[in-house]
Design a protein around this ligand. Structure first.
Ligand SMILES: [Zn+2]
Length: 228
């Protein structure tokens, strides 16, 4: 499992480090303002919101092969609920791999129940593919809720060389979960729809990083091998 690694290499880059720190301080400040009874809750470091800071997107979603320092999972979700009235919900979750995982938290906090009579089409854009525990939780949720369809689009594959991870991903597929690797266009989609943009300014264009296409092809091939 994701050993806790060093914080983003932010420290190598003064400005980015500051941004990351500010973002964390802002989170802490918000925490401090919450009612005190929250202090008794176990550490459940899940952050939810509508749009994530650009710094986190650029760092956490990068589809590099070596994911050092990327010890969180960022999960952007779109839930389309079809019934008499259809509606769409969207937002994001992030976790600290030491505590609860974003995938698990999604089913606990965002979509704890699926009402029968409604259809749920859920799409996740996740920075990396699920660990064994989360894959099992997702598989359970899909088996329990036949009216739930889930597509997972992942930036990177998490420990895909491990046989237990491969087995968990295969089970996920067998349970009906669609999984694919984020293409450059998917990163752009997340950038436009889930990343904070400067207020009152035109959204900044997405700037792909070097190797974005090569890395996508690399992971796509690995995923095909795992799921064959
Ligand atoms: Zn997990």
């Amino acid at each position: 499992m994701a050993e806790k690694q060093e914080q983003p290499q932010a420290s190598q880059n003064g400005e980015k480090a500051e941004n990351a720190e500010n973002a964390e301080n802002a989170e802490n400040a918000e925490e401090a303002e919450k009612p005190q009874e929250l202090e008794e809750l176990p550490p459940f470091e899940i952050v939810t919101g509508e749009r994530l800071p650009a710094f986190f997107f650029k760092f956490q979603f990068k589809n590099v092969e070596y994911s050092s320092g990327r010890n969180k999972t960022f999960l952007c979700y779109i839930i389309e609920i079809q019934g008499k009235e259809s509606k769409t919900l969207r937002g994001y979750l992030e976790d600290e791999h030491a505590a609860a995982h974003a995938e698990d938290a999604f089913f606990n906090t965002i979509l704890p129940t699926c009402e029968s009579g409604l259809r749920y089409n859920v799409t996740w854009y996740v920075s990396s593919s699920p660990c064994v525990g989360c894959a099992e939780q997702i598989t359970k949720a899909l088996k329990k809720n036949k009216n739930l369809k889930l597509s997972i689009v992942v930036g990177r594959l998490f420990m895909w060389e491990e046989p237990d991870i491969q087995a968990a991903l295969k089970k996920l597929k067998a349970a009906g979960c669609k999984m694919r690797i984020m293409k450059p266009q998917d990163f752009e989609y997340v950038w436009k729809n889930f990343v904070e943009q400067e207020e009152g300014e035109e959204p900044k264009a997405f700037t792909p990083w070097e190797d974005i296409q090569e890395n996508f092809l690399y992971y796509e091939e690995k995923l095909a091998e795992v799921l064959h």
